[in-house]
Write a protein that binds this ligand. Structure first.
Ligand code: SAM
Length: 252
């Protein structure tokens, strides 16, 4: 099943290069994903193709107007049967995370709206009933780069997008841990040696070493992730309590 991703933007040309290389290019060629770009300016209603205006109440900057965004979305929606999940890229949205990316990769259609200027007229948020996603606690000039980040993260999880199907399974954040360290030839470089265990050919030992490395790295670099992983692992390993006829937990 091909996923469809629509992007509504004032700068569709910005997407050409990132979508034209490597995994994203291949995924489109192999019909794993279709990415359709729409220019919000094409839906402006006046002869100057205006898409922004000054804020009510005064203040600096320009605000993205409702009519072109609503008209563009309505047009885009009519291009495919699935209504799609509408996402506004904004710094005020929920921070993007790997579990969120995994959830989005299960959707059939995503519709991403990239803002510019001071951002969207508030009624775009209200009227579209859209989900807001941020790519981090910093402010960029536009939603195009965040949309590209989201597309890249989602598409690489789609079946067949990666050459080696397993390579996403051990990636950082998969299963809540960071990935183990990698090494390739030469065995020694500037007196830094590849750990002996990786040269041993003992796959069981290598798998255990890698798992320990994942734990150690996560604990050192991301104690927040590690604490969550521990909590989840403890909950998964907890022995389920037996319940009596009144549905009360009893020790056995
Ligand atoms: N005035 C807005 C605020 O303070 O919340 C910021 C507007 S920003 C200059 C313009 C556009 O860039 C936003 O509408 C949004 O689409 C995008 N953008 C900026 N930072 C972002 C982030 N961290 N995540 C997602 N989108 C972002």
């Amino acid at each position: 099943m091909t996923m469809r991703i629509d992007v509504l933007t004032l700068f569709p040309e910005m997407f050409e290069s990132p979508l034209g290389y490597s995994i994203l290019k291949r995924a489109q060629q192999q019909n794993i994903v279709t990415i359709a770009l729409s220019n919000i300016r094409d839906f402006a209603t006046d002869k100057y193709r205006k898409v922004d205006d000054t804020p009510y109440g005064g203040g600096p900057g320009m605000v993205m107007m409702c009519p072109p965004v609503f008209a563009c979305l309505e047009h885009v929606r009519s291009q495919a049967p699935e209504p799609g999940r509408v996402i506004l890229l904004t710094p005020q949205g929920r921070p993007l995370s790997q579990p969120k990316v995994e959830a989005l990769s299960a959707e059939r259609r995503l519709i991403l709206i990239a803002g510019r200027y001071e951002g969207f007229d508030e009624r775009i948020r209200q009227g579209l009933d859209a989900e807001e996603i941020s790519i981090g606690d910093y402010v960029l000039s536009g939603g195009e780069l965040p949309a590209m980040v989201l597309i890249d993260a989602v598409v690489r999880l789609l079946g067949g997008a990666l050459g080696d199907e397993d390579s996403a399974a051990d990636d950082s954040f998969a299963g809540g841990l960071l990935e183990y360290p990698h090494y390739t030839r030469p065995e020694e470089f500037r007196r830094m040696r590849v750990p002996e265990i990786l040269l041993s050919g003992d796959h069981g030992k290598i798998a255990r070493w890698r798992h320990e490395q994942r734990l150690r790295r996560t604990q050192q670099r991301r104690p927040d992730l590690y604490a969550n992983w521990l909590k989840r692992t403890e909950a998964d390993n907890a022995i389920p309590k037996t319940r009596n006829n009144e549905n009360q937990e009893i020790d056995t």
